[in-house]
Ligand binder design. Structure first.
Ligand code: PMP
Length: 340
């Protein structure tokens, strides 16, 4: 095992996680709510996926599955590729990314800027599933290829059972609070499964979220297009075990866009579309739980990778949208103070 790789890994560990927990105060239908959201935009590449990438790389370095000769090959809808491209480069490793060619241009440019080899996969070549197939083929034919396999690697969920979940608990505890619920949009399911491991034994409910206009979790396959990049791909990921979670929460993608726009224009929080969805999902769970609800979620990434998407266009309001009835008031922010 390489001391140099381990030393580089330690340096990265100091940069990833320990993000602030925001307490966002708002009203909805005349009632006051506070939603607790982890500001994952403050990770080195600006998304929650840095946690998963570093956990997988660290465990692979420790087990000897990665050495200096390794090439990291991953299929990804974006943030994962950016995280592996950056962190892999910081470790001195080569990175190849397969991704569907309809993902935003900014994501591809970012990965290429970290020196990664980015390969577009068209719809005809199988889109997302085609990307995964190509990565597996590389893994089977080249012994130097390391496949993080984010959709099935339990280290992905461990990033959240050891990081995100305990961090939220401590940050709530510092305020004299205990969580009653957690909501997260499902990409790989790593976030929601990892946090569930910590929260459910405490009696908190944990809810996977998906776009109402593409209910993959409810149907088992992709039924329609949606605009919440990073969640709800074309299948149910292996890491996700719905029988170990509470009810599925649905959010319309247009509503998610409107809420992400509102969090930005009213509170100055520049967030991606899945963060708007997660906030709306957390609000729905808080309303169901009623008095005393302490519901947490994650703001998975920032607005910067969405400049060419509908996030920066006018979104039309529909009658079932929640966002127009939500008034955002202010937010508190805290990191855990180890001195108590
Ligand atoms: N939001 C965004 C923007 C993402 O990139 C992802 C990860 N694909 C998620 C949410 C979902 O996270 P997870 O993979 O842990 O389910």
């Amino acid at each position: 095992m390489s001391d140099e790789l381990r030393a580089r890994c330690r340096a990265l560990k100091a940069l990833v996680g320990n993000t602030p927990l925001l307490g966002i105060r708002c009203t909805w239908g005349g009632r006051a709510y506070t939603i607790h959201a982890k500001l994952e935009t403050l990770n080195p590449t600006g998304s929650v996926k840095d946690r998963m990438a570093l956990q997988i790389l660290e465990e692979a370095i420790e087990s000897g599955a990665i050495d200096e000769e390794s090439t990291i090959v991953e299929a990804t809808s974006g943030n994962t590729g950016i995280a592996f491209a950056s962190l892999g480069r910081a470790l001195g490793l080569a990175v190849r990314i397969y991704m569907p060619d309809w993902m935003s241009r900014e994501r591809k440019q970012l990965m290429a800027s970290f020196g990664a080899d980015v390969v577009d996969i068209t719809k005809d070549e199988g889109g997302f599933l085609g990307s995964i197939r190509r990565a597996r083929e590389d893994g089977a034919s080249d012994p130097h290829v390391f496949l993080p396999s984010q959709f099935e690697n339990p280290a992905n969920a461990r990033a959240h059972s050891q990081g995100t979940g305990p961090e939220i608990l401590r940050q709530l505890e510092d305020q004299g609070l205990r969580p009653t619920g957690f909501v997260a949009g499902v990409g790989t399911g790593g976030t929601v499964m990892g946090v569930a491991e910590v929260f459910r034994p405490m009696g908190a409910t944990v809810h996977p979220l998906e776009p109402s206009n593409s209910p993959t979790l409810r149907t088992g396959h992709r039924v329609g297009a949606h605009r919440i990049q990073g969640i709800s791909d074309e299948f149910i990921p292996e890491l996700l075990r719905l029988d170990e979670l509470d009810s599925i929460v649905d959010v319309d993608d247009g509503d998610a866009i409107l809420m992400a726009q509102k969090l930005s224009s009213v509170l100055g929080l520049g967030l991606g579309i899945s963060s708007g969805a997660n906030f709306l999902g957390a609000l729905q769970v808080a309303r169901e739980q009623g008095e005393g609800a302490v519901v947490a979620t994650v703001f998975a990434d920032s607005n910067k990778k969405y400049l060419s998407t509908d996030l920066f266009r006018e979104e039309s309001i529909q009658s079932d949208h929640i966002t127009p009835d939500v008034e955002l008031l202010s937010f508190s922010a805290r990191r855990h103070d180890p001195r108590g």
